[in-house]
Design a protein around this ligand. Structure first.
Ligand code: ZN
Length: 85
């Protein structure tokens, strides 16, 4: 996700998050649960995955996509996941 998109995230926004502990970098639906803006720079973002709603994680910006995946968005995790399957 680009920094301007990241900084535009608000609580309740729907995103998809790569699981960096998964060799296929699987994508998971998630909701933005925490937004702490930093000026200048990238906000601190916390998300809760739908399959782990009690856990808040702080993913790397590049491991998060908007819920509607932009096919022009190049992402090495997506590429690596496709290579595994
Ligand atoms: Zn990706």
């Amino acid at each position: 996700m680009l920094e301007f998109q990241w900084n535009a995230l608000r609580q309740g926004d729907r995103v998809v998050v790569h699981d960096d502990l998964d060799p296929a970098f699987g994508l998971h639906d998630a909701t933005v649960a925490l937004v702490r803006p930093h000026y200048p720079g990238a906000s601190e973002i916390g998300v809760r995955r739908d399959d782990q709603p009690t856990v808040m994680s702080r993913p790397w910006r590049h491991a998060v996509h908007l819920a509607v995946i932009d096919s022009n968005d190049t992402c090495w995790r997506c590429e690596a996941g496709r290579a595994v399957h």
